[in-house]
Design a protein around this ligand. Structure first.
Ligand SMILES: [Zn+2]
Length: 445
């Protein structure tokens, strides 16, 4: 009979307040929580009966938090168009055609891809999200569901606030507390002022959060300003949605007064660097936001704008873009990028007391990344320690060997344990073919 699990011998990146790194470290997991952590020698002695997972040559760190994701099936087929043309040609027709079964296949595919690349927690903005709850429950993932609500006329194929409210009531705290449900609105051009106000009131009523797209297009920010006299973040403020339980995706083009508003209200930003590059949106002023104390997490966005959900790949772009934009090699250190992908993402979701760092008492959401690879050699220690740099600049999702959520193994030795990975892939292939057939009539000439 095993007495807890000891992940031992690895380099433990705690991402605690001091970014403490423990070489030859160990993490002891009991009843879903981190019951102890420290030097491997001491913990090996303290827990002689624990089941052991040898992490020698590997890094042990908090699971990655993907703060902005859309589950999806149209990877690689929505390319090379500016964002609003891209929405009209590829994305809205897909929304018109999407069914509950197809959404379920998309969520299963996206969550499996996430787990296989080290993600333990997502905020997914998608449709038919009772089925996303089912997918997250099965796969063991931690998820915040944020349905695509739209209320502008002619777009009733999206979700409604009524359905969003029902989802909040039925699924908040589901899957043993791993699922939370937020109110979510697509975009300022898809939703009325009333929808934002109503979402703010509902979020207050249920004590939950709000997720929406901040502006990614410079032209659209200018157009909104021309029409209303207010910049996008000011519009969000007028409509009552800013605050510590709100996450705005993108925020690529911000006036200084908008950055101040984000800082003053404690609103978080989900930075999606690859999506912003692919859709030619631009480079978000992340360094300036961090300097103002704005909490920023990282998201991959969906496969239609990325084209993968690999958070370790995403992580590399965060410091690189700021360095190049500001011609400042010190703009964002690797430690800061790692914090954004873990504890800061958790904070944005209101989960930082429970997850996001490896600390005694927290839930055991953690991953192990195998550094015994040519592209991660050498592994250096002490004053030449390169574990964090290796992770941010050299590792990718396929280097993740084990994934745990609340102490449950979701992936071990790269094998998904909570579902049949190959079946998920085949079902997604089939679902995508159906979706493309159903979408055909909605594609504008
Ligand atoms: Zn998005």
């Amino acid at each position: 009979m095993s007495d807890g699990l000891l992940v031992t011998g690895g380099t433990v990146l705690t991402v605690n307040e001091r970014n403490e790194v423990i070489e030859d470290g160990a993490v002891f997991i009991e009843r879903g929580r981190i019951a102890d952590l420290g030097e491997a020698a001491a913990l090996n002695e303290r827990y002689p009966n624990a089941e052991r997972l040898d992490a020698a040559g590997q890094a042990v760190l908090p699971g990655l938090v993907n703060l902005h994701l859309h589950s999806g099936l149209i990877r690689g087929t929505a390319e090379d168009l500016p964002v609003f043309e891209w929405l009209a040609k590829y994305v809205d027709p897909k929304h018109r055609a999407l069914t509950e079964e197809l959404a379920y296949a998309a969520a299963r595919l996206s969550y499996a891809e996430g787990i296989l690349s080290g993600t333990t927690c997502v905020m997914d903005m998608y449709r038919f999200m009772h089925r996303c709850a089912e997918a997250a429950d099965q796969l063991g993932l931690r998820a915040t569901l944020a349905p695509y609500v739209v209320d502008k006329p002619g777009m009733d194929y999206f979700e409604s606030l009524e359905k969003n409210e029902r989802l909040v009531r039925e699924f908040s705290g589901a899957a043993g507390g791993r699922i939370q449900v937020w109110f979510a609105l697509e975009h300022l051009t898809y939703c009325t002022e009333g929808a934002y106000r109503q979402a703010a009131a509902l979020a207050e009523k249920y004590g939950t959060g709000i997720h929406t797209h901040g502006e990614e297009s410079r032209e659209m920010a200018a157009r909104l300003h021309q029409e209303t006299g207010r910049w996008p973040v000011e519009l969000f403020c007028d409509r009552g949605i800013l605050g510590p339980k709100t996450v705005l995706a993108h925020c690529v083009w911000l006036q200084p007064e908008e950055m101040e508003l984000l800082a003053k209200t404690g609103t978080s930003v989900a930075h999606c660097p690859v999506s912003n590059l692919k859709l030619a949106s631009g480079i978000a002023p992340i360094k300036e936001l961090l300097d103002l104390g704005v909490n920023v997490g990282i998201g991959t966005d969906g496969v239609k704008e990325n084209n993968n959900l690999d958070m370790l790949e995403e992580l590399k772009f965060v410091p690189l873009l700021q360095k190049a934009r500001l011609l400042d090699a010190t703009a964002i250190p690797a430690e800061t990028a790692l914090r954004m992908a873990t504890i800061d993402g958790a904070k944005a979701l209101g989960l930082d007391e429970e997850i996001g760092s490896l600390e005694i008492g927290k839930k055991a959401d953690l991953i192990v990344v195998d550094f015994r690879k040519h592209h991660l050699t050498p592994i250096m220690r002490g004053k030449y320690s390169n574990a964090v740099s290796n992770l941010v600049y050299a590792a990718s999702g396929s280097d993740v060997s084990h994934v745990f959520v609340e102490g449950h193994p979701l992936m071990k030795d790269r094998k998904l344990l909570t579902a049949d990975a190959e079946q998920i892939r085949l079902e997604a292939q089939d679902a995508a073919e159906k979706l493309f057939a159903l979408r055909e009539p909605f594609i504008p000439a």
